[in-house]
Design a protein around this ligand. Structure first.
Ligand code: SAJ
Length: 416
């Protein structure tokens, strides 16, 4: 089996880098996305997302003729589905993007093709995808009914790359490959070995699905532990960062860092996929989500208390004369991604409830998003000079070592 043409469905933060890396290994890659603007941008050799060095790799792949984007599925030897899996209503996983992607490729499938689900998915999603494919193509046989003799091979291979380091981690990280049969796994390993230098470790599809959810839940639970400690320490008047540094000197203790909450599109979402399948059993995982989701509210209470303290110390002033500066909006340090960001949520609420001026320092953007339009985007020095309350929300490198000395400080990241 050879993979001359590879189709990547969903050209976002995972799909586009994956497509570009396959193309950089001289595979013919057809990228498919429903977003016409993204398709046009890529076909110009440009990118619509922010990720270091991705622009260079995509530009080369398109100019050399190995990568092309389209809105319509086309025949290929292997298909990788990398579409979003958000949750809906009561934290139930929404598989509708996987459903439309699988139905879109089903019509162009041919005997011996390989279909890989890369999207982070609840346990059972790969089998569900196989069922959707079979529904559209009764003329082909699938592993769920024909085992090793099936015409089509199917596997789950979750992505595990860290935003900001995607191109390096795509190549270097180990991959968990969960085929629906042994032949499916072997085919997927062969495909990934085109560029993966890490080990490709074989398991079944359900374990691969659960493995990805477990990795992100592990991190979420560990961050929740740190966040809960920070609230406890605040009550007990102990410096939580010093405490964690000391505890981490124990050879078997490794606590993560507290912050204003957990953001991004993965760690704050994926644990719910475990909770929604096994609500009775996943008690700790659910509580960790609740602890992390409530941390921004705790920070907002701290801001209210700081304003009250400031007014008490400065009785000549009124609330509308108090200036608050928010340092950082991104969901984590040194990126410009403001989506699903606890810092952004806190800044928005501060702006909505505070009567005085709100300043924002975010070195990675050039204009404020609509949600915080009423605030003023300023540089570090002006904010630290003009604000009465300094609220540090993101530990961007450029904020480190530059302590803001003026006014009351609320440091949610422990860098000041
Ligand atoms: N955070 C803390 N304290 C910490 C570490 C992180 O508050 O000690 C916060 C961050 O500020 C951020 C959030 O957690 O708001 C998530 O950031 P992150 O750097 O932990 O993770 P992501 O969402 O950028 O990427 C994660 C990674 N998963 C793990 O490290 C287990 C990545 O490898 C996955 O590929 C990615 O999720 C994904 O796509 O699932």
């Amino acid at each position: 089996m050879t993979f001359e043409t590879i189709s990547v469905v969903g050209l976002g933060y995972i799909g586009l880098p994956t497509a570009a890396v396959f193309a950089s290994r001289k595979k013919k890659v057809i990228g498919v996305d429903i977003n016409q603007r993204a398709v046009d941008t890529i076909n110009r050799g440009e990118i619509h997302i922010v990720e270091p060095d991705l622009d260079i790799v995509v530009h080369a792949a398109v100019t050399d003729g190995y990568l092309r984007a389209t809105t319509q599925a086309e025949p290929a030897d292997a298909f990788l589905i990398a579409v979003p899996t958000p949750f809906k209503g009561d934290h139930e996983p929404d598989l509708s993007y996987i459903e439309s992607a699988s139905k879109a490729i089903a019509s162009v499938l041919k005997k011996d093709d390989l279909v890989i689900l890369e999207s982070t998915s609840p346990v059972g999603a790969t089998e569900q995808m196989a069922a959707w494919l079979a529904e559209v193509r009764p003329d082909l046989s699938f592993p769920q009914t024909h085992g090793e003799d099936s015409d089509i091979r199917i596997a789950h291979c979750p992505e595990r790359v860290l935003p900001g380091h995607v191109l390096r981690e795509l190549v270097q990280n180990d991959r968990v490959i969960g085929g629906m049969t042994a032949k499916c796994s072997a085919a997927a390993v062969k495909l990934y070995k085109t560029f993966v230098e890490g080990e490709c470790v074989i398991t079944n599809a359900r374990t691969a699905e659960m493995c990805k959810l477990t990795e992100n839940s592990f991190r979420d639970v560990n961050i929740a532990f740190a966040n809960e400690l920070s609230i406890i320490c605040d009550k007990l008047e102990i410096n939580v960062w010093e405490l964690i540094r000391l505890a981490n000197r124990h050879p078997r203790v490794n606590i993560l860092q507290p912050g204003p909450g957990v953001g991004g599109h993965c760690i704050a979402v994926d644990p719910w996929f475990i909770v929604s399948k096994t609500p009775e059993q996943a008690r700790l995982i659910r509580t960790a989500r609740e602890v992390n989701d409530s941390k921004p509210l705790w920070v907002l209470d701290k801001v209210k208390l700081a304003v009250a303290d400031f007014l008490q110390a400065n009785p000549e002033k009124t609330a509308n004369e108090v200036t608050i500066a928010c340092f950082g909006l991104a969901f984590k340090p040194d990126i410009d991604d403001l989506r699903e960001s606890p810092a952004m949520m806190i800044a928005k609420q501060v702006l909505a409830s505070h009567l005085g001026t709100v300043l924002i320092v975010e070195p990675n953007i050039s204009e404020l998003p609509d949600d915080v339009m009423g605030a003023t985007l300023v540089d570090f020095d002006s904010a630290s000079r003009d604000a009465d309350i300094q609220l540090l929300l993101v530990d961007h490198s450029s904020f480190k070592g530059k302590v803001s000395r003026q006014g009351l400080i609320i440091d949610t990241r422990g860098i000041w």
